[in-house]
Write a protein that binds this ligand. Structure first.
Ligand code: ADA
Length: 569
């Protein structure tokens, strides 16, 4: 399942889930004919789930055969390949993509009837060309970790829709932008129609330039009196459907419906003022979890059932929000958050990069790409109320600051409707709070230090105020401690479930009683696998970050009841 709602009623789509051939490649340069496809692996899936490949890091090749009855144009959409992909169709390279957590697509024109071969070379290796996927306190799995979709395209297609709710003079309206692409050699006469909340959306006819690269953006603003706003308590969603008609250049009568695209949207605005965060003008306090998409049985390739399970557990504890640390999440998870009124801090992909790591020659362009794809692909989710960037990177240096500035400006230019933040652990050395809309602190009182959480967050407020964050909402974006599941001991020493519960209790008692705190995200929802290595970070017990309130299999630890007590109060 790709999304939780139908995205096309006209365009033909087919999910390419199932079993694919798979080969481990020893050399990237190996001739394709000699590839030995000795495995059959599930797609979506992580190759680590196969017993032979449990710790394999390197290059693998996936293969799928396709049968075509008629001459057609294919569009493939890969929802997530971890972490680098080179796609070939009938042996010919057609697409390349970096970063596991955003999708990419490719058009293959004039596919002849008969049998065809789709191959995807996947690399999850750590090397200089990968600036964001590095050995880290989470695991970079290998494989086609999110769904793959095959679509059949007519003369032209709607590439994407961007919806922006507007609230002016007590009336809602919708600003709708659509990007249209032409797959023919000639210009086309096009018209776009649509429907949203029972209202017709009509766009002026236009001429679409030839060639796939020359897309055309059509936009319109439509008044929407009477719509019900989206909120945490009442997450009202509406279907936004657009249909594209296309015909010969300058011949209106030749226009026929050739494509459609459906999105699901909600009417809400997010603001920050008076040191608080508002949804539709009402102050909110975010109570939630940092969550990695990780489970021992599926790796990062989450089926819907496990996403639902995670959100059910969070709801049971009384959470109203989730931070997608440290990368954009699967759209189905975001769809669930839309449906359940869960507020999301969606984060670009980066964790703990030092200045030296940020100097990787690919860093700036790879971040630019992830940011663009994250915003373009996820901007229609009403649940996303905050964009986050660069968790714990070198924002305490002038050089690091240039990257924070560039990225915040880039995201603002793509979407000015959501506040932006970043999680900092630099305390009074932070240099970028003036750039963000919300100031956020990762502090671990009771775990990495023995400070009192209340005193520490009062200090943090003062650090933020002195560093350009005065008047801005403040979030405690990470706090917690390890608790090894079933390690219980009356001594309450570090690592016991009891000690973890004590740490969570002390932190939540401090944050839930301070009115200047607009959000708190526990580190973390579930235990997760980490890269095996050396040094304190990569040699964690059991190759896991065990700060989950539930363990990797989602079994509650003692701290579960503590969280529930504070979050349901
Ligand atoms: C950091 C980081 C997390 C995790 C955490 C920890 O603040 O942002 O990804 O590594 O610390 O467990 O130490």
């Amino acid at each position: 399942m790709i999304r939780l709602f139908e995205t096309h009623r006209i365009r033909k789509t087919k999910e390419l889930d199932g079993m694919w051939d798979f080969a481990v490649l020893s050399e990237q340069s190996e001739p394709l004919e000699s590839v030995n496809y000795m495995y059959r692996l599930a797609v979506p899936g992580c190759w680590e789930m196969h017993p032979d490949l449990a710790t394999f890091r390197g290059i693998g090749m996936y293969r799928k055969r396709l049968e075509t009855a008629e001459r057609t144009t294919y569009r493939f959409e890969f929802k997530g390949v971890s972490h680098s992909a080179k796609v070939c169709f009938d042996g010919k390279p057609v697409a390349e993509h970096y970063n596991a957590y955003t999708s990419f697509s490719v058009i293959v024109q004039d596919v002849e009837p008969g049998s065809h071969e789709l191959t995807v070379l996947v690399d999850n290796g750590f090397h200089e060309r990968s600036s964001l996927h590095i050995p880290n306190d989470y695991y970079t799995y290998g494989g086609l970790i999110r769904p793959v979709v095959l679509e059949e395209i007519g003369k032209a297609y709607i590439e994407r829709i961007a919806f922006e709710p507007l609230w002016e003079n007590g009336v809602w309206s919708a600003h709708v932008r659509a990007v249209i692409r032409n797959v023919t050699e000639g210009k086309l006469s096009i018209q776009l129609h649509g429907e949203l909340a029972g209202q017709q959306l009509n766009f002026a006819p236009a001429e679409l330039p030839s060639g796939c690269d020359a897309g055309l953006e059509l936009s319109g603003t439509f008044s929407m009196p009477g719509v019900i706003p989206w909120s945490g308590a009442n997450p009202q969603l509406y279907e936004l459907s657009l249909q594209l008609s296309a015909g010969e250049e300058r011949d209106e009568n030749s226009r026929r419906i050739v494509d459609d695209l459906i999105e699901r949207v909600g009417f809400r605005i997010v603001t920050t003022s008076g040191g608080k965060i508002q949804i539709n003008g009402e102050d909110i306090v975010l109570r939630g979890f940092n969550r990695h998409e990780d489970h021992p049985m599926v790796g990062a390739a989450f089926p819907l059932q496990l996403m639902v399970k995670d959100l059910d557990l969070m709801a049971d504890m009384g959470a109203n929000s989730v931070r997608t640390s440290h990368y954009p999440n699967d759209e189905r998870f975001l769809d669930l958050c839309d449906e359940r009124g869960i507020f999301v801090w969606e984060e670009n992909h980066a964790r703990g990069l030092s200045l030296e790591q940020m100097r990787n020659p690919y860093f700036a362009s790879q971040c630019e790409q992830v940011n663009r794809e994250m915003v373009d692909q996820h901007c229609n989710h009403p649940s996303i109320v905050i964009w986050g960037i660069l968790n714990e990177c070198a924002s305490d240096t002038d050089e690091g600051r240039t990257h924070y500035k560039t990225q915040i400006e880039q995201i603002k230019a793509l979407d000015s409707t959501r506040p932006i933040t970043f999680a900092s652990h630099h305390r009074d050395k932070e240099l970028c709070f003036d750039l963000a809309d919300i100031v956020s602190f990762n502090l671990y009182p009771g775990w990495y230090g023995d400070e009192d959480p209340g005193e520490l967050c009062d200090l943090a407020r003062a650090w933020a105020d002195a560093a350009g964050g005065a008047g801005k909402p403040m979030i405690m974006s990470e706090f917690g401690g390890d608790g090894y599941y079933c390690y219980r001991d009356p001594s309450r020493v570090k690592g016991t479930e009891e000690r973890q519960a004590d740490i969570i209790e002390a932190n939540l008692a401090a944050y839930t009683t301070r009115s200047f705190i607009s959000g708190m995200f526990i580190w973390q929802f579930c235990d997760c696998r980490v890269t095996e290595g050396t040094g304190w970070l990569l040699s964690r017990a059991g190759t896991k970050n065990s700060k989950g309130i539930v363990d990797a299999y989602r079994r509650p630890k003692l701290s579960y009841a503590v969280v529930k007590k504070f979050f349901t109060d």
